[in-house]
Unconditional design. Structure first.
Length: 139
């Protein structure tokens, strides 16, 4: 037979266990929300670089068709835009400088920007990439 002063102890133990489980659950949910934001941010940066790369590839394709392509192009692509500019290097006849800028705006609050600066050498059979610099412009 139980003593009269022990009747509520099981209830207090159960309340303590439920409180601990609730604390762990809230901590786990907070961690998942943070990880989701980090992964979304990382994915958006990767998309931004991929769109800027698409601008470089577009310029290289234009150079393969016309070595004198001096052009500028703005294109909407995969939720973002890229603008490319191809210029001739004054010191070498067969060298071109490609600048590809990308802006990705997955929401109204945040814009991701990336700029690629690529130097290429033109030959009759190919376009060779000599250097590639990736920058994140500050706006």
């Amino acid at each position: 037979m139980k003593k009269p002063d022990q009747r509520g102890s099981i209830l207090l133990i159960a309340l303590g266990v439920v409180s601990l489980v609730s604390l762990f659950a809230f901590a786990a949910v907070g961690n998942l929300v943070s990880m989701h934001a980090i992964l979304r941010n990382s994915a958006n940066w990767q998309r931004t670089v991929a769109i800027a790369d698409a601008g470089v590839e577009s310029a290289i394709a234009a150079l393969r068709n016309d070595a004198d392509f001096p052009g500028e192009k703005d294109v909407a692509f995969d939720g973002g835009t890229f603008s490319t500019k191809v210029t001739k290097d004054a010191s070498a006849k067969n060298i071109r400088l490609i600048r590809s800028r990308c802006v990705l705006m997955p929401s109204r609050r945040r814009a991701y920007r990336k700029e690629l600066l690529v130097t290429v050498r033109l030959s009759p059979s190919e376009v060779e990439i000599l250097s590639r610099v990736e920058r994140t412009p500050v706006h």
